[in-house]
Design a protein around this ligand. Structure first.
Ligand code: ATP
Ligand code: MG
Length: 419
């Protein structure tokens, strides 16, 4: 037997309706927000991610699936969805469309990480990109989009953590202060933090190790280093969030892992998934488009990790609904099999999901099967039904029956389905 690669998962037929449920709800929220879907390839030139995410980040330095293709190009499976959308925006001159432009995607992402609950090597994101302005109203629209998406899925007990990491100018002064603070204490901190000190000092603030956390708790706060513009932007955003009734906590330690962030950064976090409690991460990245070769463009966005959402929804007992066939058509004996096939064809043509016996099993076995696939209704076609052209529709959950002409079955079921 050949096993599935470590850190990946099959979505089995018994689980796929949960994914459909989540994806349908998210697409519905996207349409309420006037966002259009964008699909980009699963792989890109490695250079795109190195330039945009930054080579000092964990994602680029350790987590990418990079390989040379047969033409000798360096190719990377997308570790996230934002950089490919930025690439496409520039390449297809999407700025020529009226801005702001709102886009969303549902995509697999690949990161070579240590697999654990809520951390996979192939995972899925629902992501949103709002391009075209630096106004805090865009930040509000983006955060409320994420909030409505999560609430729309029925999720409870998730908290919005909000911060601003400033523009490159104020962040520079802050990073100097941060390094001066951490330097004398580096000896006590974990190996990852020691490494990050040079590469990506902001990340020292969000280490999960208890010792590093306690060292970080005394670090200088970015809030004290913001320039007037960044401060005004942040204050306007917090007042907009308050008037939109979206609760949040200010969290100086939210810095996000990728280099392209500027100003607003946020995460939606739950206590219910242990260390993998961030279900959504996002923020503003006003320099990204220029970084990948376009004109400077204000951008905000977020990504929701779908596996974590699924885990949380299961934990919170949220009802996903269930996909099940409406009618199962059974043949008393193999002699009626052809009529059964014609009957399901008529049902399907009328938009009613239906299935029928194809293996010549006994009627008893067919009823068992109908029960297994959770069909709502059962119809048996035997010799007498063929003759009289009358059948009985059996409600398989309560056992009640109703008569119907065989020729009217599709119309009757369609009526029932539409209630
Ligand atoms: P984390 O801090 O948990 O590593 P991240 O900051 O690396 O998250 P982002 O790049 O912001 O994550 O991705 C957005 C969302 O995608 C995360 O909030 C999370 O829900 C999900 N996610 C990220 N990495 C993984 C993974 N390896 N497996 C499953 N979901 C993931
Ligand atoms: Mg990560």
């Amino acid at each position: 037997m050949i096993n599935i690669p470590k850190g990946t998962k099959d979505v089995l037929p018994s689980e796929s309706d949960r994914w459909h449920y989540i994806e349908d709800k998210l697409r519905r929220t996207a349409s309420l927000y006037n966002a259009r879907e964008i699909r980009t390839p699963v792989f890109e030139h490695t250079e795109l991610f190195v330039r945009s995410i930054g080579d000092g980040t964990d994602v680029v330095s350790k987590e990418m699936y990079t390989f040379e293709d047969k033409g000798g190009r360096s190719i990377t499976l997308k570790p996230e969805g934002t950089a490919p959308v930025a690439r496409s925006f520039v390449e297809n001159s999407l700025d020529a469309m009226s801005l702001p432009l709102k886009m969303y995607y549902i995509t697999p992402c690949f990161r070579y990480e240590r697999p654990q609950a809520g951390r996979l090597r192939e995972f899925h994101q629902f992501g949103v990109e709002i391009y075209g302005a630096t106004s805090p109203y865009l930040d509000l629209d983006c955060i409320s989009f994420a909030y409505d998406a999560l609430v729309g899925l029925g999720m409870k007990n998730i908290v919005l953590h909000l911060n601003s990491i400033g523009c490159p100018t104020c962040r520079k002064r802050y990073i100097e202060a941060l390094k001066a603070y951490f330097e004398p204490m580096l000896g006590e901190m974990c190996g990852t933090c020691k490494e990050r000190f040079e590469r990506n000092p902001l990340r020292l603030l969000d280490c999960k190790s208890p010792v590093c956390k306690s060292v970080a708790s005394g670090a200088p706060k970015i809030a004290d280093y913001l320039c007037d513009d960044c401060r005004a932007h942040h204050d306007k955003l917090t007042s907009l969030l308050t008037s939109r009734d979206i609760p949040f906590v200010r969290d100086d330690n939210i810095v996000r892992g990728l280099d392209y962030y500027t100003g607003t950064v946020f995460e939606f976090v739950t206590e219910e998934l242990g260390a993998q409690g961030t279900v959504c991460g996002g923020g503003r990245y006003d320099n990204l488009i220029a970084e990948v070769g376009g004109k400077p463009t204000g951008c905000v966005g977020f990504a929701i990790g779908l596996e974590r959402i699924l885990m949380l929804m299961e934990k919170q007992g949220i009802d996903f609904g269930e996909e099940r066939p409406c009618v199962y058509v059974m043949s008393q004996s193999p002699a009626q099999a052809d009529e059964c096939i014609k009957t399901v064809a008529r049902l399907r043509a009328a938009g009613v999901s239906a299935d029928t016996e194809m293996t010549g099993r006994s009627l008893k076995a067919q009823f068992k099967y109908a029960d297994k696939i959770k069909a709502e209704y059962g119809v048996v076609i035997g010799e007498s039904e063929m003759e009289s052209k009358q059948i009985k529709i059996k409600n398989l959950s309560d056992g009640t029956e109703e008569e119907c002409a065989l020729g009217d079955l599709a119309a009757r079921m369609k009526e029932k389905k539409n209630g």
